[in-house]
Design a protein around this ligand. Structure first.
Ligand code: GLA
Ligand code: ZN
Length: 667
């Protein structure tokens, strides 16, 4: 596959034709090698049923092609045109309240609707055929950010019908479904699959958690199948072209593991300074690093950024403007965590529509300003680096398990109002990030055997297969961390009723749950070891456990259960299983991860001041070390042993504010 360094998202249809050649020339001079286009322009390409007009797109592609720039085309199914909606208003989606949502934004479509599917089939077939042999079109993106803009959609009759079919395939008989959903409760028994509806708002608020879990699994599968429907058409017409998708980090609507199976490689949209962040001065480099590390897990290889922030962003409300150097820093953070190609969103700030203030590299008037100059200089400086490291690893020695299934179960029952599955994982990730310890994310289907440490919080739904996999991992020498609310439920979201919680792994953890306390607005206190004074704060929840074989590392320091175990370690086979009964505050997360690392004889990459990230990639025995200063002040870092600067410059020991430095070391 041909490698690209940098690209832009481009919407030539928003600008006069006379400008296109200027744009293409400026792009080439700047170092742009690839452009994504077309993902929202259905109305222009097919102004009425079956009447296709790809001439303008052909022309734009040809103009870019003359400058040596290749193209990725998006299928525009995130924005069906007004004439389709007029003709078939039923394809507009229905929300949780049973109300329809209407035309005028985007994603005003139901993904299961068979009439909409026919419109898609017609369009995508013609589109794919038209561009199958175009030498400048290298790959496709289906739709745009699948799972976004939809919120809780869609609960329409067509989706309900599909849901029933999905349930029939899963359960076979209605008796089996009634058992799995526990419908004896509140008279919910279904005499027939036909009586089942999408879980819309109820009179009593409370919903059946088993039904809700299946609904979330179903909508994930539906989104993946929606992608597959188009991907099949595209692959058949153009077997040589690749398919990727612009994923959104930790977004959970479709499982990216499943969607990823259809992709040649994963892409991600990165907006570190987006207007949607509530606190604009907050330090978030660790969160963005986590999202990037997660995207690397989707295909367990390097990836693309399909939309990289290129200026101030906002719709009706704006975020803060990127500080000098920050656009390059953000892009480099993506490269450091495994991006091979960075595509900036967008080329030029749009003069029309909702996204007028979602700024591009160029301002509205098209005359280069600070964003453009900074990014152009960054691209010139680092294009050779991107060529050199394309495809580089690394594989970390510590993994965090991210499960969509567990996440769905906690979305349904968070237990504590502030508890979020992903934020809980992030507490451990951030501790490792502060210590500059590389992390891979894994799914339950991945092979974890090689990781020295596996952090697998909140294994709420526990199946015999999962229990076996966890046990085998520890048996063979792994260090495993499990937490509160593990082994509580079965795969259908019913509570286990036999054995001690954490069910099926109680002997692995060497303890049994006696009771628990939801902390609500109280703060938890955890005392580490026998030493007085090593006190840490915790939140949300406390499991009150009795150990059988586990050793107690820390106890609670509050309430009637003071002195009972909060953090334990159980030697098992060649390894050890840790259990944490509460949600750790930052310092406790640091303490726990330090313990795990020491136990597994692992050490961090290096020490850095706060806000300076150290990340590495490895290729052909060469290690690339990235130092990223997320502070708006200079920071000092000592040149790590054996490394020299990648560009041969002398290392002063000082990183500029928002500055980056890359080092290399031969094996
Ligand atoms: C998303 C979308 C883009 C654009 C940007 C800015 O990432 O994929 O089409 O809407 O956000 O809002
Ligand atoms: Zn629907």
């Amino acid at each position: 596959m041909k490698h690209y360094t940098f690209g832009v998202d481009y919407y030539p249809e928003h600008w006069p034709r006379e400008r296109w050649a200027t744009d293409a020339k400026m792009m080439r001079e700047m170092g742009i090698e690839v452009v994504r286009m077309g993902e929202f322009s259905w109305a222009m390409f097919e102004p009425s049923a079956g009447e296709f007009h790809f001439e303008t797109l052909d022309e734009a592609i040809a103009i870019l092609g003359r400058e040596g720039i290749d193209v990725i085309l998006g299928t525009p199914t995130a924005a069906p045109p007004a004439w389709i909606i007029e003709q078939n208003p039923e394809i507009q989606p229905t929300n949780w309240h049973g109300h329809q949502r209407f035309f005028g934004g985007r994603h005003h479509d139901c993904q299961s609707n068979p009439v909409y599917r026919e419109h898609i089939r017609r369009y995508v077939t013609a589109f794919a055929a038209h561009y199958a042999d175009n030498p400048h079109v290298m790959g496709w993106q289906v739709d745009n950010e699948l799972g976004n803009s939809h919120g809780d959609l869609c609960y329409c009759p067509s989706c309900e019908k599909r849901f029933r079919r999905w349930l029939k395939e899963k359960y076979g008989t209605i008796e089996e479904l009634n058992r799995a959903w526990g419908t004896a409760f509140w008279s919910q028994g279904y005499p027939d699959f036909e009586h089942i509806h999408a879980p819309k708002i109820t009179a009593a608020w409370g919903q059946n958690p088993s039904q809700d879990l299946d609904w979330r699994r179903f909508t994930s599968d539906l989104v993946c199948e929606f992608h597959q429907f188009q991907a099949d058409i595209l692959r058949k017409a153009a077997p040589d072209k690749w398919i990727t998708h612009n994923l959104m980090g930790f977004s959970s609507k479709p499982s990216y593991y499943k969607l990823g199976e259809q992709l040649d490689f994963a892409s991600h949209d990165q907006y570190p300074g987006g207007h949607f962040h509530a606190r604009h001065n907050e330090y978030r480099a660790d969160w963005h690093a986590a999202e990037l590390d997660f995207i690397r897990a989707v295909k367990q290889k390097s990836f693309w950024i399909m939309e990289q922030q290129s200026g101030i962003t906002g719709w009706e409300i704006l975020g803060r403007t990127p500080r000098p150097g920050q656009l390059g820093l953000w892009a480099m953070q993506c490269v450091a965590h495994g991006a091979d190609t960075i595509v900036f969103f967008r080329w030029r700030s749009c003069a029309m529509g909702t996204e007028q203030y979602w700024h591009g590299l160029l301002p509205h008037n098209g005359v280069p300003g600070r964003y453009f100059r900074e990014v152009a200089a960054f691209m010139k400086q680092y294009a050779p680096l991107l060529r050199e490291i394309s495809g580089a690893g690394p594989k970390a020695e510590v993994a965090i398990l991210r499960s969509y299934e567990q996440e769905y179960a906690f979305q349904i029952q968070p237990h504590h109002p502030q508890h979020s599955y992903i934020q809980h994982l992030a507490a451990y990730y951030k501790a490792l990030h502060r210590a500059n310890v590389p992390v891979d994310f894994v799914g339950e289907h991945h092979d974890w055997a090689d990781y020295k440490v596996l952090i697998a919080p909140l294994q709420f739904l526990m199946t015999p297969e999962m229990a076996e996999k966890l046990r085998a991992y520890v048996q063979r020498g792994g260090r495993l961390l499990l937490t509160w609310r593990s082994g509580v439920k079965d795969a259908t979201n019913l509570c286990h009723t036999e054995g001690a919680v954490p069910c099926m792994v109680d002997d692995l953890c060497g303890l049994a749950l006696a009771e628990y306390d939801c902390l609500r607005d109280a703060e938890g206190k955890v005392l580490w070891g026998a030493q007085e004074g090593e006190a840490y704060s915790s939140r949300h929840w406390c499991d009150i456990v009795e150990t059988t074989t586990a050793e107690t590392l820390a106890t609670y320091g509050h309430d009637f259960y003071a002195g009972t175990p909060a953090v334990t370690r159980n030697a098992f086979g060649q390894g050890a299983a840790y259990y944490v009964g509460t949600t750790p505050g930052d310092e406790l997360a640091d303490r726990i991860t330090a313990q795990l690392l020491a136990d597994a004889h692992l050490s961090p990459l290096m020490e850095t001041p706060h806000g300076v990230e150290a990340v590495r990639r490895v290729k052909d025995g060469r290690t690339y070390l990235f130092l990223l200063n997320h502070n708006d002040h200079p920071a000092h870092a000592d040149l790590p042993a054996g490394f020299r600067t990648w560009d041969g410059a002398e290392w002063t020991g000082e990183l500029t504010p928002m500055g980056v430095q890359v080092f290399v070391k031969e094996a």
